[in-house]
Structures are given as structure tokens and as C-alpha cells.
Design a protein around this ligand. Sequence first.
Ligand code: GLU
Length: 306
Amino acid sequence: MKNLNPPLTPHLKKEGESRVAYKGRFAPSPTGPLHFGSLITAVASYCDAKAQHGQWIVRIEDTDIPRIYPNSEQHILQCLDAFEFESDVEIIYQRNRLDIYDAVIEQLKQKKLVYACECTRKMLGSNHIYVGTCRKKNLDFQDQAIRVKVSDQALCFDDRLQGQHCSNLSTDLGDFVLKRRDGIINYQLAVVVDDYLQGMTHVVRGADLLDNTERQIWLGQLLGYPQLEYMHLPLAMNDQGQKLSKQNLAHALDIHNAPQLLAQAITALGQHAVDLDQPHKMLAQAVSQWDIQKIPKGTEIHGIFE
Ligand code: GLU
């Protein structure tokens, strides 16, 4: 499959086009309250952008409506406020952009890069890598999942922290879903389209998303989008050796303890300590001291994290 140039999305206007060399983002999903691991991602993405005189943008990734957790969107906004993070452009909400994602799917359909799939999770069983059963069936798209075709080839990228990371698209990942049978737009599609339309240049996020990156680069290539720079951060682990996550009920960030938590997150990232002060001053100090060489190596950070 070939790179399609120029971008398949020319009629979709890129937002906030500007000349900054670095545009990064913090893109939480409101599937639970923000926790200490989310704070590490917010701090690192912010400091990395600001240390390079770039823009930092918040985007709420809320296409998976059934998984939205009550009040978590509100908690995200309260945290941004309490930790004094300011998005350089107005926050966007992906649930308001479903027509944009549908338009991109339409373009992919016309190029025959996607197909309708009737396989249910039950039919796939424990087989997590889709073998392309429906590829040749030519099913009608109505009420079916939509999958994008991948080629049988290796795709590698150089992560700024994790080094080279490679996957074979068909044997490691398989054709993947862009839109579910229930009409929900998958994260993989929304993230690629919005990173492009918002003019992102850099992605800084947790290492739990490393294995999604080749999928996203592939989709970006099919759409003719420029490739981003990636940095996948080690994940904060709890005292039982599990990553802090909404699934294992990591504590919600306590907005009344913002300076202390911020200081802890900066130190967890291996950076020089900052003076306890108002959060925006602490962030400014962290930006001036930001050094990615100091971020712990590997994909896990161990410590006493709440
Ligand atoms: N929305 C994703 C999450 O909360 C992060 C997406 C990304 O940074 O690419 O896990």
C-alpha cells in the first residue's frame, strides 16, 4: 500500500495554523479521574513543549461515550485549573467532531483502504490479531465495524526516550477497527486526525501507548499526514508493581494538594527539584530546568505513588 500524497484531508481546514516549530498536547480520556500517572504525562508534555518555545494544547478524547466516567471531565478541568496548566488554544472535545472523523472514513472508503467487518469479539475469541477474515467479503458498511487494511511489512520509528520500536503491521497488529459496529469512533482514528488537523508536531505520552504508535503512523501514512516525533514516558507503578491506572483504581489527583503533587511528579521524572510555590511558578522553574536525559530509562518508574 502506498503513501497517498497530498493529504487525503485537504478540505478539512487545519486549525490554528501557525509557525511554531513545536506543538504538543495533553489528551486525556474522561474514562476516570486524573491520577498521578496522568500528572506525569501532563508535566512532561508541558515542559517539553515550553522548553522548546512551543505550544501546549489540551484535547479531551471522549469519543467512547459508553466508557465516559461520571464527572471525570469536570475533574480534568478542575485539575488543569488547580495545577495552573493553561492550554494555548481552546480545549477541543472529540465528541463534537464526529462528522470530521466520518469524512475521513469516507475518504478511506473511496480509496478502498477500509472494509466492513461483521466479526464480533466472540467470533474472534482469544485471537487478538485480526487475520483479515472479512477483507474479501465486500460487506455493506451499514451497521458493521470498519477496519483499515495493513500491509505485511515492518514499521519502525525512533522514540526519543525508548529508542527504535518496530512492529510487523500484519503479524503483530492486524487490520484494526476505526469505527465500531455501534458507531463509536475508535481512539486510533480520532487521535491521528486531530493531531494532524491541530498541527501537532510532538507526542509525549505514557509507554502504555507505545504499541499503538505503529498503527497511528500507518494510518497517518495512508492519509498522507506528516509523521510526528514521539516520546513515550515510563509509567508510574504502584507498590504492587501495577501501573497506576483508572482500571486499578489509582487515587484521583487531590486538587487541594496541587503544589506537593506537582513537586513529586517533577522529581519522578528525574528532574531537578523545584521550590514549593504556586503551581505556575513551579512549572516555570521545571521548564527552565527540563532535561530529557534525566528522565528514568525504561518503561516503568517505581516509587511510593498514590
Ligand atoms: N486519550 C489517551 C488516554 O487518555 C491518550 C492519547 C494520546 O496521548 O495519544 O490514554
